[in-house]
Design a protein around this ligand. Structure first.
Ligand SMILES: Nc1ncnc2c1ncn2[C@@H]1O[C@H](COP(=O)(O)OP(=O)(O)OP(=O)(O)O)[C@@H](O)[C@H]1O
Length: 320
């Protein structure tokens, strides 16, 4: 079966000033370099799917200053026919390290069943208005499309309680996000016993991180709100713990996958999560030669390079 993913999410301009120190309020400092790069979790993750060899379209909004972002997505192999250009509002620009969270007032109309035709997977994050995310999730769920969400930045406690989690097939969170989700919905009455299938290897601190993620994740997947979802909890350099239902009606298994062993120093971890998510979704899409080693290998390469979209490796570069 041919698979195709739609990513509905954020795209923006990340502006980097290279400085020797961060300025204090009122202080002017010199910058010895400046660059504008495409950013936004939606765009990053769509590019990661394309670099992993998946067929992917992106739907998002850019303003007149952001037309070049569309070309950039296209150059990485992301389908851009669904992109919307609005003339009345510029694309959000984020300064790094100073983040400017401009409110985005422009919203896309809800999807029609036709707008999801041909897609087998939908990938969402939380950098666009939540209303649109929920509309796309609901429409995809109705059509039996596999739905994946990386809820970053995290929803508020109230949003978490109201969000239709049961419409999601997969949830990808880091440990902090898993803890916050649990804090928002409250502990489950009883916790299903979920044995770790693979014993954690490595340093004692890794063992502690894996046990802690196992405990939080077990509570999350035992909670009525999240019971039907497969959950992946990423742990940075330690790897990940996944809670997966291998067949319908069968309880979940917990799997531990260590992070890639790096052959060089960690240069920049920005975008590691997006790289991981894109490669993970490409694995769900059943791409040929997708192995679990690919996704941890891809994220391992990503942290050894600077940048976000540029640091995501092509599948050919990922050593299996
Ligand atoms: N230092 C590292 N060494 C090796 N692999 C790493 C490292 N940091 C992250 N990874 C890989 O990337 C995956 C995702 O990382 P992490 O848990 O930090 O996600 P995140 O918090 O969503 O990331 P981001 O900082 O991009 O938001 C990990 O499961 C791991 O495979």
């Amino acid at each position: 079966m041919t698979t195709k993913c739609l990513v509905r999410g954020s795209i923006n301009i990340d502006e980097y000033f290279h400085v020797k120190s961060i300025s204090r309020p009122g202080e002017t400092i010199s910058s010895f370099g400046f660059e504008s790069r495409p950013g936004g979790k939606g765009a990053n993750q769509a590019v990661a799917i394309a670099k992993a060899g998946g067929s992917v379209d992106f739907i998002g909004i850019v303003g007149p200053n952001g037309r070049w972002l569309i070309n950039e997505l296209h150059s990485h192999g992301v389908g851009i026919d669904k992109m919307v250009i609005v003339e009345v509002q510029n694309t959000m620009t984020r300064l790094s390290p100073v983040l400017h969270h401009a409110a985005n007032h422009i919203e896309l109309p809800p999807p029609t069943p036709g707008s999801l035709e041909g897609f087998t997977h939908l990938l969402l994050q939380n950098e666009i208005p939540l209303k649109s995310t929920v509309e796309y999730l609901s429409a995809a769920h109705k059509l039996g499309i596999i739905t994946i969400m990386n809820p970053s930045p995290l929803l508020t406690a109230e949003q978490t309680r109201e969000f239709p989690w049961r419409k999601l097939s997969w949830l990808i969170v880091n440990e902090g996000e898993a803890r916050d989700l649990l804090a928002s919905v409250g502990e489950p009455r009883s916790v299903d016993t979920i044995e770790l299938v693979l014993p954690p290897e490595g340093a004692p601190e890794d063992l502690i991180a894996v046990r802690s993620a196992h405990m939080i994740g077990s509570k999350l997947v035992s909670h009525p709100k999240f019971k039907s979802i497969n959950i992946v909890c990423t742990l940075g350099s330690v790897g990940l713990v996944a809670f997966v239902s291998l067949a319908q009606g069968v309880g979940k298994m917990a799997l531990y996958l260590p992070a890639a062993k790096l052959d060089g120093p960690v240069v920049d971890t920005t975008g590691a999560g997006d790289c991981f998510t894109g490669y993970f979704v490409s694995g769900l899409m059943g791409l040929k030669q997708s192995h679990k080693e690919d996704l941890i290998g891809a994220a391992g390469i990503c942290v050894q390079r600077r940048g976000t979209i540029d640091s995501i490796p092509l599948r050919e570069e990922v050593v299996v």
